[in-house]
Write a protein that binds this ligand. Structure first.
Ligand SMILES: [Zn+2]
Length: 180
């Protein structure tokens, strides 16, 4: 099970429902994003072979790398540059450091109490090499479930599922192989 990877386990992960309008401004109904199929993502490998070309040493599980690279190349053909990204795989110590930086109580705070939301150590898809953050795309110190009008986000919304990447419903910048 990877359901625990949702960065905010206290919230239902329904796309397009119950967003707090104070959190962001939207001029049109929130576009829906595709949801992933359920199932195991299998074993992962994190080593030198996991580095994303052109991403400054940021890594993703080697098993996910070909699909990610194909997605970057497809976007490029459409005139969209998905790089740089701001985060990929994190070792557990990095996740703990982020918790200490972002959360009132790094061990106990729910993800949603952190700014920005930060999953508890051991539960993040970043630690599994399954997630990337497009931090320069559409980012806020809170949850931003969509980023309408942003060219990168719009491209991902239409195309990322073809490469088996899905948005975490509560975070427009966070895309993973499980949607968590
Ligand atoms: Zn993330």
């Amino acid at each position: 099970m990877v359901d625990g990877a949702n960065e905010d386990p206290t919230q239902p992960s329904n796309v397009g429902s119950k967003e707090d309008p104070a959190q962001y401004v939207t001029e049109a109904p929130t576009p829906s994003v595709p949801t992933p199929p359920t199932g195991s993502t299998g074993t992962i490998t994190i080593d030198k072979t996991s580095e994303i070309p052109g991403a400054g040493g940021i890594r993703i599980a080697t098993e996910n790398l070909a699909a990610f690279n194909a997605m970057v190349a497809a976007a490029q053909k459409d005139g969209i540059n998905l790089l740089p990204i701001s985060s990929g795989w994190r070792d557990p110590q990095q996740q703990i450091a982020l918790r200490k930086k972002n959360c009132p109580d790094w061990q106990n705070s729910p993800s949603s109490a952190c700014k920005p939301p930060t999953a508890k150590p051991g539960t993040s898809n970043h630690e599994k090499g399954n997630a990337v953050d497009f931090g320069t795309m559409c980012y806020a110190k809170g949850t931003v479930p969509s980023c309408p009008g942003n060219a990168r986000w719009e491209w991902l919304r239409k195309n990322a599922q073809n490469f088996k990447f899905y948005q975490l419903p509560s975070e427009a910048w966070h895309w993973s192989t499980t949607g968590g």
